[in-house]
Design a protein around this ligand. Structure first.
Ligand SMILES: Cc1cc2nc3c(=O)[nH]c(=O)nc-3n(C[C@H](O)[C@H](O)[C@H](O)COP(=O)(O)OP(=O)(O)OC[C@H]3O[C@@H](n4cnc5c(N)ncnc54)[C@H](O)[C@@H]3O)c2cc1C
Length: 428
């Protein structure tokens, strides 16, 4: 078994979290190895398509040079059930998020890490954490052990290394969701005409109801420069009991849905991918974000917020990588990579950051995902209420009468509806 010289830090996984941590440590003069099992950084990533910019401005002073496709100004939310459709269309005064290909965005960060002096070892799978009496000493990859003063684990949601080493619990389906995505090629002008966008402007569209067969989850459409990212996410807890078809069949139905197909018509499917994502972040979090000789960042640390209307994973991942780099720098300069020192310099700032605060404030969002009625009966209550209000015969119902009839048709009690909606509004 080979053993090489010690690195200051080894980062496992060149996603946005790992690449950012490697970049900031290399920039500060540390000797960093960034290990990625895929060919090149970013090759294994799947995501919907929108990144929030504000936290990243602190992390990258040249963010405007990143491979940004469109700045999102238009937000759309739709409930679909057969012929019926309820859509909210909002155009923001300013944009705070952009669409991008995660692969390109991650490559951009990883290139900065390499330019700053980090060594990128791609097509290398880390098989295990090198443990010595509970302390992480480095990594094991094939026949090799590579030592580091600190290992930064950025392996993403499928955190097999952490699970095998006993640092985290085995994931439960209640904590995870499955996402599938297609990339559809259309020319730039067609995208802008079909979605009512100004030049360079982007749209983020969330859809509920029939698009996931009323299973907890939702579908999404993001406009890139000259492609669309179209897909859906189903909560594994719900899918396990309720899914009647394979998820790729749902994706096909989404693209060919009579109310939606005109948006995708004539487009070529360039790519199909599937990936897990986190649904219950707080449940998925490890007990600590730092241990002796190791810190955990990004999805592997459960740092993803999905409110149902917005999803934040990439900015959280990159920002946690940045906080980890700052914490590791301080610990290494003090010559102390113990759990205590790493917790003081990384875990405490992370718990005090907007990421952790928001994840705790929104922890009730996963409550909605655990209740299938939120995705079956409640969207129908909304559609039935509007149908009562707009599809008039002789009588014109008062709004509360329309709601009462819609509730009764869907066998939903008023008190149940009011309380659940209040809980959702308070937690999203
Ligand atoms: C369908 C879907 C839609 C999403 N939409 C959005 C969105 O619109 N906006 C948003 O902000 N977020 C979105 N996300 C979430 C976002 O993709 C993640 O939060 C983000 O990618 C997490 O970054 P990460 O660096 O922690 O992990 P990852 O991006 O998963 O990167 C982990 C890396 O580690 C590598 N790796 C893993 N194990 C090993 C090993 N043993 N050895 C070597 N390398 C290893 C992997 O190959 C991978 O490159 C979405 C996710 C999905 C699945």
């Amino acid at each position: 078994m080979g053993q090489s010289a010690e690195f200051d830090a080894i980062v496992v996984g060149a996603g946005p979290a790992g690449a950012t941590a490697a970049y900031h440590l290399a920039k500060r003069g540390f000797n960093v190895l960034l290990v990625e099992r895929g060919r090149g950084a970013g090759s294994k990533q799947v995501f919907g398509g929108r990144i929030y910019a504000e936290p990243l401005r602190e992390v990258f002073d040249d963010l405007d040079k990143a491979p940004i496709h469109r700045w999102v100004r238009r937000e759309r939310f739709t409930i679909l059930d057969g012929d019926r459709e309820l859509t909210l269309d909002f155009r923001a005064g300013a944009s705070t998020s952009f669409t991008a290909y995660l692969t390109q965005f991650t490559q951009w960060i990883a290139q900065k890490a390499v330019d700053a002096g980090a060594v990128l070892a791609d097509e290398v799978r880390v098989d295990g954490l090198w443990l010595d009496g509970g302390r992480v000493r480095g990594i094991v990859a094939g026949p090799d052990r590579v030592a580091a003063r600190v290992v930064i684990v950025a392996e993403g949601v499928n955190r097999l290394l952490l699970e095998r080493a006993g640092f985290v619990h085995r994931a439960s389906p209640r904590e995870l969701a499955l996402g599938v995505k297609e990339v559809i090629k259309l020319d730039k002008k067609t995208i802008e005409e079909r979605f009512g966008l100004e030049e360079g402007e982007g749209l983020a569209w969330v859809l509920l109801g029939e698009v996931t067969d009323f299973i907890p989850g939702g579908a999404f459409v993001y406009t890139n420069r000259d492609t669309l990212s179209v897909g859906l996410v189903v909560h594994l807890g719900g899918a396990y009991q309720l899914l009647r078809d394979q998820v790729h069949v749902l994706a096909e139905r989404l693209r060919t849905h009579p109310r939606l197909s005109r948006f995708f018509e004539g487009g070529d499917i360039m790519e199909y991918s599937a990936h897990m994502t986190i649904e219950d972040s707080v449940g998925y979090m490890p007990e600590h974000f730092a241990y002796d000789g190791m810190v955990i960042v990004g999805d592997a640390a459960g740092l993803l917020l999905n409110t149902g209307l917005t999803i934040r994973g990439v900015d959280y991942a990159a920002y946690s990588g940045y906080l980890a780099a700052k914490g590791v720098e301080r610990a290494l300069s003090e010559g102390d990579a113990s759990a205590e020192a790493l917790r003081r310099h990384y875990e405490v700032p992370l718990r005090e950051s907007f990421i952790y605060r928001d994840l705790m404030r929104h922890r009730g969002a996963s409550y909605a995902m655990k209740n299938p009625r939120m995705f079956r009966e409640y969207p129908r209550v909304a559609l039935d209420t509007l149908e009562e209000i707009y599809t008039l015969g002789r009588e014109t119902p008062l709004p509360h009468e329309a709601l009462a009839r819609a509730l009764s048709r869907n066998r939903v009690g008023f008190a149940e509806f009011a309380l659940r909606m209040l809980k959702v509004v308070m937690s999203l």
